[in-house]
Design a protein around this ligand. Structure first.
Ligand SMILES: [Mn+2]
Length: 432
């Protein structure tokens, strides 16, 4: 069998050559502009090269809504083809070297094959994700009325065992974290006893926690509604923080940008979690109404910047134990998932670099003086600077593409994959 189509490094280099003169010109101008205020374009390029964000295996398939799913051409049909697509994203942007797997969707028959495929593609495995929000074929107990917090002990046991299985698979493939998100909750007032349900959840999580290796992290992902529409067991960052604290040092909170009530100040939540050493990581995406799972930075880029402003502030202040994991978690309904993930990873880098451009001593002086206009102006100065040349240079120096979406389209990758991967009935892509 002929080898599967890949975007060759030579092709990327050839495409880059056509744009390198313009990039140099833009970079020179930006460098001069930043130097006026003591900024250094070279150190920002190096910062950008150092930032890594993981890609979710389920993100490379076309997503859907509860109404319909409109599959794209040449979608990955299993975990190995997902790795191919993740590798393509990383080749183009060079900031996404890790893939987050979801069990059982990506459950390997042989972990050795999975390890070999990842190695071949130059990928690593990020956090493992368990799934107790849907029933699998042949599953004994149903999760219709919950999983880790279920009234029935046998159902809770099954959910605990599934999470431990995820840890066991993760250990074999080099993962270092488990993310637990449960859909547990209620749809009617009175349906659930809040206190007892959370107690059962904690009891189950303690068993999972005991199986988490000492050099691993256990992430608790909260979400305020959906699939439960009246109450969710792990509904907000407060509940997440309390549970992470109850469990112990290996447990921390995961912030999915779409899992908050509308208009909540997410950057302040991030700051609180940093301050109390429980910020585990992120699921980046964007949202207009709820858990929309839109592309990162596509609706509220200033919010993304403000979140990174907190993260960079913590980094520069050398906050003890600050080491959050970054991941994208999106659903792509109308775009080519590879293009969306490429674009989103760039938006993460953009917010990160812009946050590094904030004049922090000026900001601090403005805060002390009660000068709100200068404080906001200091943030806006960084946020309104177009750092695209820095991001493009960072990609090029790491072997990626100056213009990743253009290179991807010119390569004909999707058309090739459509030939290699004839459509299959019944593929689904989920989202958490
Ligand atoms: Mn998520």
């Amino acid at each position: 069998m002929a080898a599967n189509f890949e975007i060759e490094q030579d092709f990327i280099a050839e495409q880059n050559r056509a744009k390198s003169a313009w990039l140099a010109e833009d970079l020179e101008y930006l460098g001069k502009k930043l130097a006026r205020h003591g900024g250094d374009v070279e150190s920002l390029i190096e910062k950008a090269r150092g930032l890594k964000v993981a890609v979710p295996s389920w993100g490379v398939g076309t997503g859907g809504t509860r109404f319909a799913r409109f599959p794209g051409q040449g979608e990955p049909r299993g975990v190995f083809e997902k790795l191919e697509d993740c590798s393509t994203i990383n080749k183009l942007v060079r900031t996404t070297p890790a893939v987050s797997l979801h069990i059982p969707w990506d459950k390997p028959e042989h972990t050795d094959q999975l390890i070999a495929a990842a190695k071949q593609h130059g990928l690593e495995f990020d956090a493992m994700n368990s799934n107790t929000f849907q029933d699998q074929l042949g599953q004994k107990q149903s999760y219709k009325y919950g999983s880790l917090s279920h009234e029935d002990a046998a159902t809770r046991k099954q959910a605990v065992e599934h999470n431990i299985e995820c840890i066991e698979i993760g250990k074999k493939i080099g993962s270092k974290a488990l993310t637990v998100w449960v859909g547990d909750g209620s749809n009617f007032a009175g349906q659930s006893n809040f206190r007892l349900a959370l107690g059962r959840y904690l009891e189950s999580m303690r068993e999972i926690y005991a199986a988490v290796p000492d050099d691993w992290k256990l992430f608790i992902e909260h979400k305020f509604f959906e699939p439960a529409f009246y109450s969710s067991v792990i509904n907000d960052w407060g509940t997440s923080y309390i549970c992470a604290t109850e469990l112990g040092p290996k447990a921390s909170c995961l912030v999915d940008l779409g899992h908050h009530a509308p208009n909540v100040n997410i950057e302040q939540i991030v700051s609180r979690l940093i301050q109390f050493k429980k910020l585990g990581g992120f699921h980046f995406n964007d949202s207009k109404y709820g858990d929309d799972d839109l592309d990162a930075g596509s609706v509220k880029p200033f919010q993304l910047f403000l979140i990174f402003n907190e993260l960079v502030d913590a980094e520069l202040s050398e906050v003890e134990g600050f080491d959050p994991c970054y991941m994208l978690d999106q659903s792509h309904n109308v775009t080519d998932p590879i293009e969306s993930l490429v674009t989103s990873s760039i938006e993460i880098s953009r917010a990160f670099v812009q946050a590094h451009m904030v004049d922090r001593s000026k900001l601090r002086e403005a805060q002390k003086a009660g000068d709100a206009i200068t404080a906001l102006g200091t943030l806006k100065e960084a946020f309104t600077t177009d750092v695209s040349p820095i991001l493009a240079a960072a990609r090029e120096r790491s072997g990626g593409a100056i213009d990743p979406v253009a290179v991807y389209r010119a390569s004909g990758y999707r058309t090739q994959k459509a030939k290699e991967r004839p459509a299959q009935i019944g593929i689904s892509a989920g989202i958490v």
